[in-house]
Design a protein around this ligand. Structure first.
Ligand SMILES: Cc1cc2nc3c(=O)[nH]c(=O)nc-3n(C[C@H](O)[C@H](O)[C@H](O)COP(=O)(O)OP(=O)(O)OC[C@H]3O[C@@H](n4cnc5c(N)ncnc54)[C@H](O)[C@@H]3O)c2cc1C
Length: 367
């Protein structure tokens, strides 16, 4: 008899398993239908001994001291500024848009931050209350930057025109009036020195934790005895899609190893307008491995269908209505806790799901 059954060995589930076993001496069984731990953050050494992320790049970044300190109990870090560039008309630009991008794209030589700000102000469209993602970018950056860096990228990513997407998708676009070319603004921008999967292994190292892989929750009914269930899988699947499936976007990944030291100049290059992939990632820039060969990943957004992974919730009014019905139903069950990216149908970053699980642990153990 377990105190907790946790469905899903991604960050949401494993942080809770670790805390409940180590912090509250609970007996925990954690299951995952995949053949590995670490959820979408799973990484492994490929045949050429290069550390790669199976499900697309996971760049760790956070402003949350508690999250950073918590993970630091299990790994040392590689200090790393995440650098991402965007290729437009055959030219590489700093991304997110900063002073360098603006000077190079518009062929101007602005120096002071106020000049850059005034220049962008002269490009912006005056839209008082942006109603969709397109209007949001036009009101922040104007037509030229929108059409070159955002319009086609968004269509490729979501297969939906930005006019149909919520303004929130593009509301927090960082725009820099200086030369800062780091992709994120966060205080901590790091990668786990041992890789994500090893970090998860260390978190699960406790005799009170039983881990079962290749184990689908739906196929275990009645076979594992527990007091409380923590479910981090898709909320619609939990209820057998009784209100219909929620919409998801999926991805296909093309991993490749190349017989030269480096393939491109930074860890990620976005291709907003060309090719059907959105980005090429080169791992060694972020992990610091020194080898003669290099591995890259091309990431292709695709329609979700059975057999593919559910990667991104699609933020549209229609999906919100359906989600609300599931959330109401979830509240009516007593001993089940829904948490994580799929269970809450929210696009959480890693640090957000970790913070969420740490908070949940406190709530569970303070009662
Ligand atoms: C392509 C991509 C890139 C990303 N890049 C970043 C990034 O750079 N930085 C960042 O901070 N975040 C990034 N994220 C987000 C990050 O992946 C999530 O925040 C994190 O993985 C969420 O953890 P989770 O445990 O909630 O979900 P998941 O990692 O999805 O784990 C859920 C687990 O539950 C299992 N499961 C589901 N249903 C069942 C079932 N019925 N039975 C048994 N097991 C089940 C699944 O197999 C899975 O292993 C990215 C996400 C994607 C898709």
């Amino acid at each position: 008899m377990y105190d907790y059954l946790i469905v899903g060995a991604g960050f949401s589930g494993v942080v809770l398993a670790e805390r409940l076993a180590n912090g509250a001496k609970k007996k925990v069984c954690i299951i995952d239908k995949r053949n590995h731990i670490a959820g979408n953050a799973y990484d492994y050494y490929n045949n050429d001994n290069i550390l790669v992320h199976k499900f697309g790049p996971h760049w760790f970044h956070t402003n949350n001291d508690e999250v950073f300190n918590y993970l630091s109990n299990f790994t040392e870090w590689i200090e790393h500024q995440h650098i991402i560039k965007s290729k437009v008309n055959g030219k590489l630009y700093d991304f997110p848009i900063n002073k360098n991008t603006i000077n190079s794209f518009f062929n101007v030589s602005l120096t002071k931050e106020e000049e850059v700000k005034d220049f962008i102000d002269s490009k912006k469209e005056f839209i008082k209350n942006p109603k969709n993602a397109e209007e949001m970018v036009l009101s922040l950056l104007g037509k030229e930057l929108y059409e070159s860096f955002y319009l086609n990228y968004t269509i490729k990513q979501w297969n939906i025109h930005p006019k149909e997407l919520a303004p929130s998708i593009t509301a927090r676009i960082p725009i820099r009036f200086n030369n800062n070319n780091s992709y994120f603004n966060d205080k901590y921008q790091v990668m786990p020195k041992i890789g994500y999967t090893k970090l998860f292994e260390r978190m699960l190292y406790n005799k009170n934790i039983t881990l079962l892989l290749n184990t689908d929750f739906k196929e275990t009914f009645g076979t594992i005895k527990y007091n409380k269930l923590i479910y981090t899988g898709a909320i619609d699947e939990f209820f057998d899609n009784c209100f219909g499936e929620l919409p998801y976007r999926s991805l296909k990944f093309e991993h490749e190893t190349i017989d030269k030291e480096y393939f491109q100049e930074c860890q990620q290059i976005n291709f907003p307008n060309d090719y059907s992939y959105t980005r090429i990632v080169e791992w060694k820039h972020a992990t610091g491995q020194k080898l003669n060969k290099t591995s890259i990943l091309k990431e292709y957004p695709v329609e979700y269908q059975k057999g593919l992974e559910k990667f991104y919730p699609i933020p549209m009014a229609e999906s919100n209505e359906r989600l609300n019905k599931y959330l109401v139903k979830a509240k009516q069950i007593n001993n089940v806790i829904f948490c994580g990216r799929l269970a809450e149908y929210k696009y959480y970053n890693m640090d957000q799901v970790i913070a969420r699980s740490l908070k949940l642990f406190k709530d569970l153990t303070s009662k």
